[in-house]
Each structure stands twice: as C-alpha cells, then as structure tokens.
Design a protein around this ligand. Structure first.
Ligand code: SAM
Ligand code: SF4
Length: 334
C-alpha cells in the first residue's frame, strides 16, 4: 500500500518536501480588494472556530519538528487579529531559527511594525497594487494608499527588512504602472513582486484574458531598466536585480503561465485549522477537530503525513478539468 513515511520530513508522493507553511490567522479583512473579496456579504467565522494562539503554537511546534523552516503569517488581514505580537512572540519561542514573516495590506503597520519586530518577526511583505491614490482606492475599496506608505516606512524603521511588495497585475486595470513600480523599487530598495491574477476572487470576475503574463512584465521593465537574474532566488518568485546596480529587485510570480508546482514546498493552514496542500486544492484536512478532541502529537503527526502525502501534482488552471476551489483567497490564506 502507498503510505506516508513514518519518520523524516513531510514529503508527498512526488518527492516534494514541505519546508514552507502559510498560516492564516483570520478570515477577516479591513480592505475589500476587488480581486479577492466582495464589497460586502462575506460571513466571518465565529471566534470560537478560529484556532487559538495556543493551538497555533502547538501545531507549529509539530510542523517545525517535521522540517518546516519558513512561516508566513497571513489571512484575511493578519494584523486585524487581536494581539498579533503575542502570537509572533509565541511562534518565535517555538522556532528560534524559523524564517518568520508576515503578508499584510500594510494599513496597520504604522503602529504594529515596531511591536511585531520586537516580538521576533523577521520581515514583511506588503501588498500594493497601485501607486495612484484613486486607483489604489478603487482596487482595494479603501482610500488608504498614504497609510500603507506610512506603514512601509514604519516597517523599514523597525528593521523588518528586506521589504517586499506584492502587486497583483490585472490587464486593463494597473498594467500601465509597471515602470512606475520599477522606478519605486530603484528609489526605495524594495523588492517589487508582480503576481499573476489567479481565479481565486470571491466575485468570480477573473478571466484568463486579464492575466498579464510574467514574461511580458519582465520584457517591459527590462526594456527600460535592464535586469539580471539573481541566482538562488526564493520560490515562488523569480527575482531580478537592476543591471546598473541600482538598489531594489523585481520579482515575478508566474503561478498561472509558468506554474512552479513541481518545485512547490508549501503547505497552508486556514484560520479554522484546515490543512491545504495547494492554493487550488479541492479537499482539505481538518486539524482543529482532532486537536480539540485531545489528539496526541503523534496522532497529529500521522494526520499531517497522510495529508501531505496526498498532495496533487499541480493545479489545473487552463485545463478543461480545472475546478475552482469553493473558498476564495481571503478564506484560504494567500
Ligand atoms: N491581506 C494580506 C494582503 O493583502 O497582503 C494577506 C492576505 S492576501 C489574500 C495575500 C496575497 O494574495 C496578497 O498579496 C494579495 O494581493 C494576493 N491575492 C489575493 N487575491 C488574489 C488573486 N485573485 N490573484 C492573485 N493574487 C491574489
Ligand atoms: Fe484583504 Fe488581502 Fe484580500 Fe485585499 S488581498 S481583500 S487586503 S485579504
């Protein structure tokens, strides 16, 4: 029978070893980005359904034992979870050597960056899809660009570096700003990572023709500012430096046009404690039930091994048999 190995790291049936864990700490958000959430109408999880800090720390200790080296705290918007620095402190105690980062819309970083850094966070990735105030407001449904920029300055001042920026590029919406983002990267030293639009928006407006392929993004930026590939760049982004030595980096995450599924080392934990082995997974494994029913660490390890083992080869976007997952991005934890 095809069973999961009894010891060693978490490995799937294709030999991919899980090293990176995305932990969603809430499904709530203070933005309503058009490519992610509806303007209104999402029902939040009741508080008792969220994993508690103690449950999260216990699970993390098990994941670390099983070879997870890098943890990204996400959501929803992770900074709306009350007392996030306390959770960061607990995670740091569990994994002193973990690469511990946060993906955030940045709007609360002006007051949270310093306490998060002090609690042991290593760095942040801040989402920013436009440098134009009105467009930013239209895309996020919040007029908050200035506050996000202030959050970025606070993150830098707190030492949460290198700062990375996630920018979802949508054809006909913000793809005329590629060079502005490149200039911004050169001025600030931020690594701007362009993400291809994925079919995970709650309103189901995604259409393949709205994807701007990463190759086209690199071509446009490279024509103005020649780029050189940075070796050993961390997946899933392919990263480039400016050939003239200017600070900053450009990254592309070509999830749709050049999937990196065969090298994927990622697992995801949803806010209510389900393990997902892929963003686009159609099945997930409940960990909260066993946790709250008193499962031992060894029982949880066995569940994690079996779930990881069952990870599929890759997503099927663009194929006839592609089925969108029932959850949208903010409910999965991007
Ligand atoms: N709220 C935080 C934020 O916005 O950074 C963390 C959660 S958010 C779901 C994580 C990342 O997913 C963000 O960088 C966001 O831009 C990206 N994202 C959301 N919906 C997406 C979509 N349909 N396609 C591609 N990326 C998406
Ligand atoms: Fe909120 Fe992040 Fe989704 Fe925007 S992308 S709605 S900030 S969870």
């Amino acid at each position: 029978m095809d069973t999961a190995p009894a010891d060693g790291p978490l490995v799937d049936a294709f030999g991919r070893v899980a090293r990176d864990l995305r932990i969603s700490v809430t499904d709530r958000c203070n933005f309503r980005c058009t490519y992610c959430m509806p303007a209104e109408g999402l029902t939040w999880l009741p508080k008792e359904e969220l994993l508690t800090f103690e449950e999260l720390a216990r699970l993390l200790a098990i994941f670390v034992r099983l070879g997870i080296r890098s943890v990204k705290i996400t959501g929803g918007e992770p900074t709306v979870r009350a007392d996030l620095p306390t959770l960061v402190r607990m995670f740091r105690a569990v994994g002193p050597d973990l690469d511990l980062s946060l993906t955030t819309n940045g709007v609360l970083l002006d007051r949270l960056a310093a306490p998060l850094a002090e609690a042991g966070l290593d760095r942040v990735t801040v989402s920013c899809d436009s440098l134009l105030r009105h467009r930013f407001a239209a895309m996020t449904r919040r007029d908050a660009l200035d506050r996000v920029l202030a959050g970025l300055r606070a993150a830098e001042a707190a030492g949460l570096r290198p700062v990375k920026i996630n920018c979802v590029v949508i054809g006909g919406t913000n793809d005329d700003e590629l060079l502005d983002f490149a200039r911004w990267s050169r001025e600030t030293g931020y690594e701007v990572r362009f993400i291809e639009y994925m079919p995970l928006d709650a309103e189901r407006r995604w259409r393949p023709e709205r994807i701007v392929p990463s190759a086209r993004i690199l071509e446009a930026i490279g024509a103005a500012y020649p780029l050189v590939a940075v070796s050993g760049s961390s997946e899933p982004a392919t990263t480039y430096a400016f050939a003239d030595g200017a600070p900053g980096r450009i990254g592309v995450i070509a999830s749709v046009t050049e999937p990196f599924c065969d090298r994927c080392d990622r697992l995801r934990l949803t806010a209510e404690g389900c393990l997902r082995t892929c963003l686009f997974a159609l099945e997930e494994t409940d960990l909260r039930g066993p946790l709250r029913a008193g499962a031992s660490d060894e029982e949880l390890v066995a569940i994690l091994r079996d779930a990881t083992r069952a990870k599929w080869a890759g997503h099927r976007i663009g194929r006839e048999d592609f089925v969108r997952p029932g959850r949208s991005m903010s409910m999965i934890g991007g």
